[in-house]
Write a protein that binds this ligand. Structure first.
Ligand code: SAM
Ligand code: SF4
Length: 341
């Protein structure tokens, strides 16, 4: 939905990136590629994926311009994502260019397949921490869900990342009813054994195959109930970072779990995120199809100031929520790997 005429009249031209609801945006998700070496069933189609031509993807220089301008507007944390960020050639160089800008927090979300090989280089280039996606601790099921890749490689990569100092390694688990929700306690035990925070993410209508249904969503509150009936949990006080996960630690001090309840208890009221797709579209919400192109502005000779105005407008145009429960909700045109999770 596009904001009405006059919406932008009161948009501030100075100060932090703020929207009309007072939400200050300090977190930037930079998608560095739409390509991926896996084909997770909740994200990409198994066959026939059409990637963007390379010349449509933002160059390292363009990505760093956006990151630099974002920093000047108060963005303090940046997460590189994709697609699979670690399949982008030269990712360590890109990372060091972004790190040089000087963000308080520089993180990356990965499927872990290339992380073992790259962990030391990434840490040396200035990466602070990683989230590694891993939806099953059973090799065959892992292969079924992700369609490619091996569980053992991903588990080894978590060790390598910790060895390189990329701590904490957080583990992202997308739960799908009837598929992997019988592993909730296994993942809780995994967190207790390794100390790695595990984040259970509710399945969102962002899969390329269009198979999402509400009945497939495993509510975060049910996940917490199941875990706490086995091992007592206590809430971890929310930090200043407005992280979407509701966090809980085990009362005996071993491990931490969290739930990302995007569907059953949306956290839109505290959302502080702005996204850039790999082809340079600004998205103020995962579920918004309004996509002004920073790439076109930059390639048309636009200045830093032009980019700054675009970022301000994107944030100012943000709606109060994603509206998954609204009767007129429409799935976004692009699926998760093309947006950047
Ligand atoms: N390829 C990397 C990875 O898998 O971690 C980074 C990109 S991926 C799009 C980012 C996150 O989005 C992953 O944790 C993934 O599990 C999650 N994700 C993808 N599709 C999703 C969906 N339909 N609902 C909820 N989370 C999803
Ligand atoms: Fe690739 Fe990540 Fe999507 Fe899986 S979730 S298909 S690893 S982008």
């Amino acid at each position: 939905m596009t904001p009405d005429a006059g919406w932008f009249d009161a948009m501030p031209t100075q100060g932090p990136l703020v929207d009309t609801f007072g939400r200050v945006h300090s977190d930037l998700r930079l998608s560095v590629t739409d390509r991926c070496n896996l084909r997770c069933s909740y994200c990409m189609p198994e066959e026939g994926v059409r990637f963007r031509p390379r010349d449509e993807i933002l160059s390292f220089e363009e990505l760093t311009v956006v990151a630099r301008v974002a920093k000047s507007l108060g963005v303090t944390s940046v997460r590189l994502t994709g697609g699979e960020p670690l399949v982008r050639k030269g990712i360590v160089d890109l990372l060091s260019q972004v790190a040089e800008i000087g963000f308080a927090d520089l993180a990356l979300t990965t499927n872990g397949t290339e992380l073992g090989r790259l962990a030391n280089g990434l840490a040396g280039a200035g990466l602070n921490r990683v989230n590694v996606s891993c939806d099953s601790l059973r090799p065959e099921r892992f292969a079924q869900i992700r369609r490619r890749g091996e569980l053992g490689v991903v588990l080894d990569a978590m060790d390598a990342a910790e060895g390189a100092g990329l701590r904490p390694v957080k583990v992202n688990v997308v739960l799908i009813a009837g598929l992997n929700d019988d592993e909730v306690l296994d993942f809780a035990a995994f967190s207790r054994a390794t100390g790695r925070p595990v984040r259970f993410i509710e399945y969102m209508p962002l899969d390329a195959d269009g198979l999402w249904r509400r009945e497939l969503v495993v509510a975060g509150r049910d996940v917490l109930a199941r875990i706490s009936s086995r091992w007592p949990l206590e809430p971890v006080p929310a930090g200043a970072d407005a992280a979407p996960a509701e966090r809980y630690r085990f009362t005996d001090g071993h491990g931490e779990v969290g739930v990302v309840t995007s569907v059953t208890r949306p956290f839109c009221r505290t959302c502080n995120r702005l996204r850039i797709t790999a082809d340079g579209a600004l998205r103020n919400c995962l579920f918004s199809d309004d996509e002004p192109s920073v790439r076109d502005v930059l390639r048309g000779g636009g200045s830093d100031e032009d980019v700054a105005v675009m970022l301000r407008r994107a944030v100012w145009g943000k709606r109060p929520g994603h509206g998954i429960d609204d009767p007129d909700f429409l799935r976004p045109r692009r699926s998760m790997s093309m947006i950047g999770g």
